[in-house]
Design a protein around this ligand. Structure first.
Ligand code: SAM
Length: 215
């Protein structure tokens, strides 16, 4: 098992995180090596996993606190929880049915706060979220850039890392993805410095992963 980033491991072509719980979240495989249990991280089920496979350094430390927007049932959040051994994930989701599974995932781990709320209104959850080292977003909405900007401005520490998965089809199904990505980047450049941009294919088509810093 080779460590490729803090808390992220690779063996052969497969990605792993150290299992912080024995609970299976999405049918992932566990393996044991040198007395440690690892969980396979499927890049076809996780945009952050896909970004790591494509060579993006997420810049998460073991003690980072992360605001995760669009947590769904906790597939990727569970891997962030493994990575952040001494850190914390504020996991925001606005569907009250989807969040039930996330609550179960959080119950068997010590560092996830599931938050039912709308990422369009960051003031809604200001009593529950602290300043964080990273904001990560995976939300399929046409105003995904605006949602991300509002949250990063409010919750991201000045030198923190801003990680955004942009889904072109949520903005338009008729225009070319490249045109949509250029438009989104132009909007973001008002507030962020774009450090790295990575297409997530073949794991996800028409998705761009942006790593940024606040200006
Ligand atoms: C693509 S899924 C996220 C998958 C998840 N990131 C993972 O890898 O496990 C997008 C999620 O964002 C949620 N969502 C969409 N709009 C939202 C909003 N305005 N506020 C909070 N969550 C939202 C949806 O309910 C959905 O669960």
């Amino acid at each position: 098992m080779k460590q490729i980033q803090p808390g992220i491991y690779e063996k052969g072509q497969k990605l792993y995180t150290k299992a912080s719980s024995t609970q299976k979240v999405y049918g992932e495989k566990f393996i044991e090596e040198d007395g440690e249990k690892y969980r396979e991280w499927n890049p076809n089920r996780s945009k952050a996993g896909a970004a790591v496979k494509k060579g993006v350094n997420l810049e998460l430390g073991l003690d980072s606190d992360v605001l995760y927007l669009g947590a769904a049932s906790g597939t990727t959040v569970s891997h962030f929880s493994d990575i952040l051994e001494e850190g914390f994930v504020f996991a925001l989701e606005y569907s009250d049915t989807v969040i039930r599974k996330l609550v179960e995932v959080a119950e068997s781990r010590k560092n996830i706060a599931p938050i039912l709320g709308n990422a369009r209104n960051p003031d809604e959850y200001e009593d529950l979220v602290t300043q964080v080292d990273a904001v990560f977003q995976d939300i399929s909405q046409s105003d995904q850039a605006e949602i991300f900007t509002k949250n990063a401005e409010k919750y991201l520490k000045k030198d923190g890392v801003a990680l955004l998965a942009v889904k072109a089809q949520s903005i338009s199904t008729s225009r070319p993805a490249e045109e949509i990505f250029d438009e989104v980047k132009e909007k973001l450049k008002a507030k962020f410095e774009i450090k790295e941009e990575t297409l997530l294919d073949p794991y996800e088509t028409d998705h761009l992963f942006l790593k940024m810093k606040l200006k």
